[in-house]
Unconditional design. Structure first.
Length: 204
């Protein structure tokens, strides 16, 4: 999964680290002949590569970054009260991570990462949801769960992964909360199109 470079810093050993838009850090060492990144030694060349994408294996493994801040927690849902849109393919907005917290029962979480994730989350366990990744959640039995929404630092979140454009505003929120999902097709209600054959798109 590709994420944009939002900034840089040096670690305690003086090696350069790319700060990615997803909140993760990634070393970008120049250690010839095995790692050839001479551009990291030049400030002008580093700046020229801001907002260019790098592969982020930590996002593919859905590992939460360290620098996140809890913004909001959803209500506790069960298999009957959970929003129908969570069961269909949908995304959390750029700039925000999700964290499923299962209190009772079991859920299946599937995400279109590379490789795809398909895991069962049991009581007392959590599952991270990367930003801007298609995923769905399916109850496997009687279940009680909630979702935490965690924000990426503003400096990084304002950097779009590929285009460099600002992320869309979602009603003044920093994330697409569950109540901003279409109950029929699961799309984020940010003014964009609904998924094909969605009855809500037709006003039904």
């Amino acid at each position: 999964m590709q994420r944009a470079i939002a900034g840089y810093h040096q670690d305690e050993e003086g090696d350069w680290v790319a700060e990615l838009s997803c909140g993760h850090d990634q070393h970008i060492r120049h250690r010839p002949p095995f790692q050839l990144r001479e551009w990291v030694l030049d400030a002008g060349k580093r700046d020229a590569l801001l907002e260019t994408p790098l592969d982020c294996p930590l996002c593919d493994r859905a590992e939460l970054p360290d620098s996140l801040q809890l913004v909001r927690t959803s209500p506790q849902w069960d298999e009957h009260t959970m929003p129908a849109g969570l069961k269909r393919s949908h995304r959390i907005a750029v700039g925000t991570w999700g964290r499923i917290v299962v209190h009772e029962g079991h859920l299946r979480f599937a995400a279109r990462t590379e490789p795809a994730l398909n895991v069962i989350v049991g009581p007392g366990s959590t599952q991270a949801i990367p930003p801007d990744v298609e995923h769905d959640v399916q109850p496997l039995d009687q279940v009680c769960f909630s979702i935490d929404f965690l924000s990426i630092p503003e400096k990084r979140a304002g950097c779009n992964d590929v285009t460099g454009e600002e992320p869309p505003e979602l009603g003044g929120e920093t994330a697409c909360w569950a109540h901003l999902l279409c109950p029929e097709c699961g799309t984020v209600l940010d003014g964009g199109p609904h998924l094909e054959n969605c009855r809500s798109a037709d006003g039904h």
